[in-house]
Design a protein around this ligand. Sequence first.
Ligand code: PEP
Ligand code: MG
Length: 780
Amino acid sequence: MAVLWLDDVSADDLDTVGGKGASLGELTAAGLPVPPGFVVTAGTYRTFIEEAGIDEELFAAMDIDPEDSAALREAEETARDLILGTELPESVREEILDAYRTMGDDGDEAFVAVRSSATAEDLPDASFAGQQETFLNVREEALLERVKECWASLFSQRAIYYRQRQGFPHSEVDIAVVVQRMVDAEKSGVMFTSHPSTGEPEIIIEAAWGLGEAVVSGSVSPDNYVVDRETATVDEVTVADKKILMEKDPETGETVTRDVPEDRREARVLSDGEIERLVELGRRVEDHYGNPQDVEWAVYDGEVYMLQSRPITTISDSADGAGTTPSSTERAAAATDAIDADGSGTGAKAGGGTEDDDVLFRGLGASPGIVSGEVRIVTKLDHLDQVAEGDIIVTEMTMPDMVPAMKRAVGIVTDEGGMTSHAAIVSRELGVPAVVGTGSATSALSDGQVVTIDGDKGTIRQGRATQEEEEYEPVEAVRPETPVKPMTATEVKVNVSIPEAAERAAATGADGVGLLRIEHMVLSLGVTPEKYIADNGADAYVEELVDGIREVAEEFYPRPVRARTLDAPTDEFRELEGGEGEPNEHNPMMGWRGIRRSLDKTDVFRQELTAFKRLYEMGYDNVELMLPLVNDAADVEAAKRHMEAVGIDPVKRRWGVMIETPASALAIEELAECGIDFASFGTNDLTQYTLAVDRNNSNVADRFDELHPTVLTLIGDVIETCRELDVDTSICGQAGSKPEMVDFLVEEGVTSISANIDAVRDVQHEVKRTEQKLILDDVR
Ligand code: PEP
Ligand code: MG
């Protein structure tokens, strides 16, 4: 028998139907409304390769060096050619097609989903290697080909690589394929059968129009319903403005995104009856499995269907109510404007005091150097092509997809942003002089105008600089190569945000990377992670992260590279394709970012963690994982469970947290108990949250003081506790580049200091001086 109907499958059939098939079979057997379908069994695949006599050739082709990427590609191609190029036996073809044909209504061809379902003997880490193909909206014409493509996906480069590394025989892996009727959802969403953070008996339902992909990928803000599981009373209904929906194009069968008709945008998605039905199903599925479930559901023609059910892994043991749902993230108002986050008092005052007659206006000197060039005003992304070598980009605010143009430019000027803005960070790393937060550059300058910018003083002047003035080279290039960096007990590391800067960063002689911000890699994809995954698959997303982090890890190996999981605020995500559904937060700095978002959007978070896992498997044991914006042990424990779930061993790997909120500083003991190896001060955030000064708000920029005694008290106390508990400490905020902060930290006994590329050399010397002074003070 080549196929088994889901009705006839039970959990005991794992070997025959794989994980997905078994779980759908189990739900079907429990009487839950699962769309009908069948499984092309693992045995069918096995018989196919054996009877066609391609098995030996197939497995022999896999015997390669997994580190040789050309060989990997070739092995994948060979497998595809062998599997796709071999005819299915007539009996198997007939059986699959016969089963398929019974699924259509009234003689119409059914649209089906064709999904790989790996079997129990497959790799121990299914979350990594189990990501074989899935195809939606398939019809008879393509069905058999798609089944074979699922089989071939057992030999993706990644899967081959993984098995070779693990010494897992390719011949022992089987694959089943689920063929299931698609539900043309009129409405759909997710349901947590218990509160996803606290575990309380509250059912939370999120619902939007059309196919569930829109909700799962985060491209639409769904309605949110909170229901008491015991009494089934609806406690809370939040109706969202649902701008888009996804549906099947009736012509092509492809999934398309459309605007929601005006009259349905702010209409409530679920009726009381539908909520009742969902609650009933929620109770049943939780009873069936014996633990809280995260269910994907869809409504079609008045019926509620269950598409998938997984255990919820985010419930904290202490269940203390930490964590929020996305719909509760709107915060108090605060302006976002030009800032002066370095406390240097050079705040962006357009048209302010001119000690030099030529000075048109000023901003913050964000990346040093004096350059002249023609102004190129960029207001839209499609203007980027017009930026030529030698131009000065003038823009409201740089965005990650501008990086290629920023590399061509000789200078960068922005209206908005401060010393920790994207423009400032990236231009420093690229070694391109920049003035940020001018307030008015895009309106005060005109295209083609020749100006000179001074990235130290923060000035924009009319006309060209003298040759002498312009002879600027990146700071590490003009310093003598020898004597090389001084030996210090305190490690001096470097911050990196764009992989392109890795070489420059490594050339500073830094002891490693204290902060690699992966959000710049993610944002440079130009689409939100959710949309990227929806369009290209989770694998491709993981691949992007692996490539970016690897570039830096390779450059520094074996020096450690501390890569941080995603921490981009919603306003940055909103600029991206797919960002329409991001919540409109009044103060994104205090909103849905960092670990908060990751623990709500675990599907995306898991992919990030999978990238780390992959890097470890590739041998990059110098990669360390850092969690942003944690508040307490509940945050860290939840993240740790996800690490474990993807197969990262927190005992074996070095990982830690950022100390960016007063809460995390005050909770350092309980954080240490979670098993962290290090705590790293993110003083940009720690300062803003301690002093209640928005780091992006120019009105209060003069109050942004990383050396404020209260900030220093928090830092000093954390270092003291960590020294007692044998946890390393470091700084990776902007203040790590300031001599006063360096002196303070060395005196307190910090383990490492991470500075901007251009500040590394100075910090190395400052550390040396302070250490020597301490030793001398001691002996005197
Ligand atoms: C910080 O908060 O100091 C930090 C390094 O993180 P980011 O600037 O990316 O928020
Ligand atoms: Mg931060």
